[in-house]
Ligand binder design. Structure first.
Ligand SMILES: [Zn+2]
Length: 402
């Protein structure tokens, strides 16, 4: 068996609240059979290897995990955003729907999605959770170097919206759009299905203040928007509470539920997410583009949540780079530890997707496909994570395979 030792001046393991050291100096990653066999100071592993490959001037790191995107919207390329704090999510959705009227043919949509995915792969993304409204979009991520898990998104407040779900084969993984757009029976039906097929339920949660107002009071711009679209139904009685409490009442919050965005949360909701061991995906770039605010990440971390990062789509974000998401998050929260931001981009994401046995960490058992990121010369240990989390797309990672 060929046992290859990858040697580098630094290893960033991706550790997030585990015993694994965050950073190993003069490290080695021993790989064989497509898996990481051992990680540590390179000198301790030298005897076990048939071959040593040097990665001079680099930090070895896990591939990045993107917990939330919509590849089928890649052709839209940034619907104009909303200035910060204007609180106009529905205004942005209207602009998106206008743009959607000019949708190209399906092959063009699929090609744009594949091109977006190829750029993510080149930038070091190893795993993507992709959400699409169209079943044909599942083809975008097939047989690509970046692993893509696809979920078919469903929405509709009317009771009849559940009929489409019943018509789909059980193995088709589905996801509800959001608490304000998807009726309770449909959310529960999708959760029941994901429990049966062992999958994840991902849902946009508390993205905008307009959503919370609609759920709490049944009025405001979101209500007007749904009425205007003919999407509201008298059978939907607003829950009269916040988004997370509502989902908990529906009994759909557990460790296999991924709550995406989580911008407008009260402390009690963060407590509830932590108690249910629900997962969180932050999308700082999209939140900034839509001007909806910033997620309360410090409070989440204090309560033991370990968020992953997502880009959302090219319709709501100028790029699909997790490096840029790290940079935006650090700008939003300068007090955040850069090592924790890097952990969110790697093992935070793989934990959120329930795939941390394969991705997100440099530790035995994980895939032998990871990154070598060139560093500026002379960086000290204190400077590695600030460097990785502030340079965005100017970083040029290379893939290390096997
Ligand atoms: Zn989204």
């Amino acid at each position: 068996m060929n046992r290859v030792l990858h040697r580098a001046p630094w290893l960033a393991t991706g550790s997030f609240g585990t015993d694994l050291p965050l950073l190993i100096a003069n490290g080695g990653v021993l790989v064989a059979d497509g898996r990481i066999q051992a990680v540590g100071p390179w000198a301790s592993l030298r005897q076990a290897a048939n071959q040593v490959i040097e990665h001079e001037g680099c930090v070895l790191a896990p591939g990045l995990v993107n917990c939330h995107t919509h590849l089928e919207l890649a052709w839209m390329a940034a619907v104009p955003g909303v200035p910060a704090a204007t609180d106009d999510m529905t205004g942005w959705i209207r602009k998106l729907l206008v743009r959607r009227k000019d949708a190209p043919d399906e092959p063009v949509i699929l090609a744009a999605g594949r091109a977006a995915l190829a750029s993510m792969a080149q930038a070091g993304t190893i795993m993507v959770l992709d959400i699409g409204n169209d079943l044909a979009s599942a083809a975008i991520g097939k047989n690509q170097p970046t692993r893509v898990n696809f979920l078919l998104e469903m929405l509709g407040l009317a009771v009849s919206a559940s009929n489409r779900l019943a018509a789909l084969p059980l193995e088709m993984a589905c996801t509800p759009h959001a608490p304000y757009s998807t009726g309770p029976a449909l959310i529960q039906g999708i959760k029941q299905r994901s429990r049966l097929n062992g999958g994840l339920l991902s849902i946009h949660v508390a993205e905008s203040a307009e959503e919370i107002r609609f759920l709490m009071n049944g009025d405001g711009p979101m209500m007007n928007f749904l009425l205007e679209r003919g999407a509201w139904t008298p059978s939907f009685t607003g829950p009269g509470t916040d988004a997370v409490t509502y989902l908990d009442r529906l009994q759909v919050l557990d460790r296999h539920t991924l709550c995406v965005h989580c911008v407008h949360l009260r402390d009690s909701e963060i407590d509830l997410l932590a108690r249910r061991q629900a997962k969180v995906c932050l999308c700082p770039g999209s939140n900034r583009h839509l001007g909806v605010g910033r997620a309360p990440v410090m409070a989440m971390l204090q309560r033991g949540l370990r968020p992953g990062l997502g880009t959302d789509s090219l319709a709501s974000n100028p790029g699909l780079s997790i490096w840029e998401e790290m940079r935006t998050l650090r700008q939003d929260w300068p007090e955040l530890d850069p090592a924790v931001v890097f952990a969110m981009a790697t093992s935070g994401g793989s934990q959120a997707l329930g795939l941390d046995r394969l991705y997100g960490l440099l530790t035995p058992g994980r895939t032998a496909r990871f990154l070598a990121v060139p560093l500026r010369a002379g960086l000290s240990s204190d400077e590695i994570f600030p460097y990785l989390t502030t340079l965005g797309d100017s970083l040029r990672p290379r893939w290390v395979e096997g």
